[in-house]
Ligand binder design. Structure first.
Ligand code: HEC
Length: 121
């Protein structure tokens, strides 16, 4: 029983590895650091992608074979490392933009807005 438990714990610790750089070195660098020979986009090109799209490529896209050995959390970690962006950050920015634009469009007939809001109309 004990060795099995130890193996499970070791796997859990590996799955929770927070180091995107180490994951990249271990699973991706052999191709992505050698674009000329492999045609794999260089890290500078991957940086232009959204982290969500990198995860998608690893889950079901062009990189699904390469993503297969990675746990879901590791895919996210390596995607955030490569793009330098947090998953969900873009969505938060869009939501913020949306609520700002609603404030501007909604203010014309809203008498309750504070003076600062009315100046935007
Ligand atoms: C065996 C070599 C190899 C390995 C290992 C590899 N890749 Fe790739 N990767 C490629 C190649 C080649 C392409 C370009 C595929 C194409 O355009 O047809 C690519 C494309 C990509 C793309 C762009 C996909 C798209 O939809 O445009 C992403 C993102 C990516 N790789 C991430 C990773 C990550 C993250 C890892 C490590 C977990 C990894 N790759 C491991 C060879 C590799």
């Amino acid at each position: 029983m004990r060795p099995i438990l130890a193996a499970i714990l070791a796997t859990a610790a590996f799955a929770a590895d927070p180091d995107g750089a180490a994951l990249y070195q271990e699973h991706c660098a052999m191709c992505h650091d050698h674009s000329a020979e492999t045609r794999a986009p260089a890290p500078s090109a991957l940086k232009m992608m959204s982290p969500e799209n990198v995860v998608k490529a690893l889950e079901s896209g062009l990189m699904k074979d390469q993503g297969a050995p990675l746990a879901a959390a590791q895919k996210k970690t390596v995607a955030e490392f490569l793009t330098g962006k947090m998953i969900g950050a873009q969505q938060a920015a869009v939501t913020e933009q949306f609520s700002k634009s609603r404030l501007v469009f909604g203010c014309s007939n809203d008498e309750d807005l504070p003076d600062a809001g009315k100046h935007q109309c």
